[in-house]
Design a protein around this ligand. Structure first.
Ligand SMILES: O=P(O)(O)OC[C@H]1O[C@H](OP(=O)(O)OP(=O)(O)O)[C@H](O)[C@@H]1O
Ligand code: HPA
Length: 185
């Protein structure tokens, strides 16, 4: 698929900054403090949900002060688009987590299909417990499971398409140093 880089640059230039870098980093530090209080003795397996969870996990993990093992999984349903479809597992966890505490790290809880499916998968495969951490929780009434909340959530966001800090717009701007909303979306 060819990409119009001028469009990609224009999206950044016109975007609304919802949270600048220092506010996002402060939210990550708050989450780290909560996780340090909850999981210090749990010897957890931590899974970063690729690709979006990468920056959040990279900033969060050095602030966790207890022994843990780190791996990744990749489940995706947006595939570079701005609306989601079927969940597709690109990589299931390779590190065994049978009878272990699991912590899932992802960038955003939007409709919640992705995180809920990962949670159910980990439970089904024998995790002793599963906790979830997301950087952003989007506010709307389209949640797949309305009662399902992440155990740790950094910042709320309005019902717009956002990018930055791991979240992409058409595959781009995961590197944006803040949380931005696309103009018109
Ligand atoms: O709550 P939901 O509506 O299910 O959406 C949230 C998921 O969508 C994004 O992943 P995406 O499918 O874009 O894959 P990516 O992380 O590789 O970009 C994001 O990283 C979450 O994992
Ligand atoms: O608003 C979003 N931005 C980026 N990725 C996403 N995945 C689900 N919702 C979003």
């Amino acid at each position: 698929m060819s990409v119009d880089l001028a469009h990609i640059r224009q999206v950044m230039a016109e975007a609304d900054c919802l949270y600048p870098e220092h506010e996002v980093d402060a939210a990550i530090t708050r989450i780290a403090q909560q996780i340090n209080a909850d999981l210090a003795m749990a010897n957890p397996v931590v899974f970063c949900v690729m690709n979006g969870g990468l920056i959040f996990a990279g900033k969060l993990l050095p602030q966790l002060n207890f022994p843990l093992e780190l791996s990744y999984l990749h489940a995706t349903r947006y595939c570079g688009q701005t609306s989601g479809g079927e969940l597709f597992w690109k990589a299931k966890p390779e590190l065994s987590f049978q009878d272990r505490a699991v912590l899932i790290i992802d960038d955003i809880l939007d409709e919640g299909h992705t995180l809920h499916a990962i949670l159910e998968y980990c439970r089904h495969e024998g995790a002793a417990s599963v906790r979830t951490a997301v950087l952003m929780d989007k506010e709307h009434n389209r949640k797949a499971c309305p009662d399902f909340k992440a155990d740790y959530a950094g910042l709320m966001c309005v019902d717009r398409y956002v990018f930055g800090y791991g979240m992409d717009y058409k595959g781009y701007w995961r590197n944006a140093p803040g949380i931005y909303a696309v103009k018109g979306l």
